[in-house]
Design a protein around this ligand. Structure first.
Ligand SMILES: N[C@@H](CCC(=O)N[C@@H](CS)C(=O)NCC(=O)O)C(=O)O
Length: 188
């Protein structure tokens, strides 16, 4: 979703291939032996980390206001929240989902599951604090950092964690969802 959203924001052409979930296709496995989504194929390039893909698209097919450059105010925030979205927020949720679908029945509810939820909700304080400083994660404008974090908010909402969101986060997420490019990405 992050990748499709970025592609729509940039107006880039792409072909979307539904590899299934988990992907079973041999060609996919050759390009991404871990089997995780997404996989970006661009000529000889193969990328399997969504944040790296956002940075690649901005760098390779920019310039774009979706990226914040090193000389701009907000560069550090941009890097921080690009990473917060995946490393701090979405990664515990991915483990939660794996447990929900893959764990033996007697291990679906345990301390780790509750801790993953708590860790996710606690780390949202970083996003809430940033929203006290401005309407977006970096540089006072919508950037790929909002795509990164917004996706992670949608992930949490999908897992019914939105009740625990700090004040303001749901409004921020609703604002991102209203973007035409996000809407187009929902139905590529
Ligand atoms: N850090 C990777 C995470 C990729 C990831 O975990 N993707 C999920 C789908 S959103 C997945 O493929 N999960 C299946 C699995 O963990 O095996 C990224 O940001 O692209």
């Amino acid at each position: 979703m992050r990748v499709l959203w970025m592609i729509e924001e940039m107006g880039l052409p792409c072909e979307v291939v539904n590899a299934g979930f988990p992907p079973k296709d041999a060609e996919f496995a050759a390009a991404n032996p871990t089997g995780t989504l997404p996989l970006l194929i661009d000529g000889d390039v193969r990328l399997t980390e969504s944040i790296a893909i956002l940075q690649y698209l901005a760098g390779r097919y920019g310039p774009t206001p979706l990226a914040v450059g090193p000389s701009e105010t907000g560069f550090a925030d941009y890097l921080q929240f690009l990473e917060v979205g995946e490393a701090s927020l979405a990664t515990p949720l991915t483990s939660l989902v794996r447990t929900r679908f893959l764990a033996p029945d007697d291990q679906k509810a345990n301390w780790t599951v509750e801790n993953l939820k708590a860790v996710y909700l606690d780390r949202l304080k970083l996003v809430a604090a940033q929203l006290q400083r401005g309407p977006f994660m970096a540089a006072g404008r919508f950037t790929a950092a909002d795509i990164s974090v917004g996706y992670a908010l949608g992930f949490g909402e999908g897992l019914k964690l939105a009740e625990g969101f700090p004040a303001g986060l749901l409004d921020y997420w609703r604002g991102l969802q209203a973007r035409p490019a996000y809407q187009r990405a929902l139905a590529p």
